[in-house]
Ligand binder design. Structure first.
Ligand code: AKG
Length: 253
């Protein structure tokens, strides 16, 4: 059953503004999720070939920006059912900029997506039931209204001999951990069903919770968007509108 084609209700908006995240239930149907999982598993095992397909073993097995070479992922990324909810959160037209498909829970340490992608927010689509067994998202409610750690605070520029992974492990993640403690609010794990979507603010502190049953599949497509008016875009990936049009650079009106 298709729902959430329209915008957020006043209560949903209030919850999102206060907590920095919101679960939209049943946005995608069970059949859609099953077909998508089958597609991803076929690619994973090599039963299906697709030019450009590659998987990274980074925070679990995942793909990066698959929408750039896989029409199936692109279709979900700019699915009309996500359009109004995202526009309501932004107060502006959303443009899709990045996708990550996770085959497994990530156990990704706490972070804020706007450290990497300024101005962004996410629609995280659960393709299977996600609970403590396969590693749900864990969020610190309200942290989007507190400090955002930026690259001015923790420079991305590598020190001599430092790799990106070490920069993250030794400098960025500890800074976020400190902020979690300073914010002093308990983090919550967000359990969802297949077809549910978690919308969350790019300033919200979140990560991948501990996986109780390692090796369990946890198919989820994390979609990242920025507002149309955002001038903060320095990458050469396209900004994709919900009508499918693309632009690479911000061009002032
Ligand atoms: O799916 C996860 O476990 C983590 C996702 C995440 O951190 C993100 O989408 O920014």
């Amino acid at each position: 059953m298709v729902s959430q084609q329209t915008g957020l209700t006043a209560a949903q908006k209030r919850f999102y503004e206060e907590n920095g995240y919101l679960v939209l239930e049943g946005v995608f149907g069970a059949d859609e999720c099953e077909r998508f999982v089958e597609h991803l598993e076929d690619l994973h095992t090599g039963r299906k070939q697709l030019d450009g397909f590659f998987q990274q073993d980074k925070y679990g097995s995942r793909t990066f920006n698959q929408h750039l070479y896989d029409p199936y992922v692109l279709e979900l990324f700019i699915d009309p059912r996500l359009h109004r909810p995202l526009a309501d959160c932004f107060g502006d037209e959303p443009e899709g900029v990045q996708t990550m498909h996770f085959y497994e829970g990530s156990e990704h340490p706490f972070h804020q997506d706007q450290y990497y992608l300024p101005d962004c927010m996410s629609a995280w689509i659960a393709m299977v039931k996600v609970d403590e067994n396969n590693g749900p998202l864990v969020v610190q409610p309200g942290s989007h209204r507190r400090q955002l750690i930026t690259q001015d605070d923790v420079p991305m520029t590598l020190l001599p001999g430092e790799t990106y992974e070490l920069q993250q492990q030794n400098r960025y993640f500890p800074a976020v951990e400190q902020l979690v403690r300073d914010n002093g609010v308990d983090a919550v794990e967000v359990m969802v069903n297949a077809g549910d979507v978690i919308l969350f603010d790019g300033k919200l502190i979140h990560g991948g919770a501990k996986i109780l049953r390692p090796g369990t599949r946890r198919h989820a497509l994390a979609c990242h968007y920025i507002p149309y008016r955002s001038e903060n875009w320095e990458r050469d990936w396209p900004r994709i509108s919900f009508d499918g049009s693309r632009r690479v650079h911000y061009i002032p009106d």
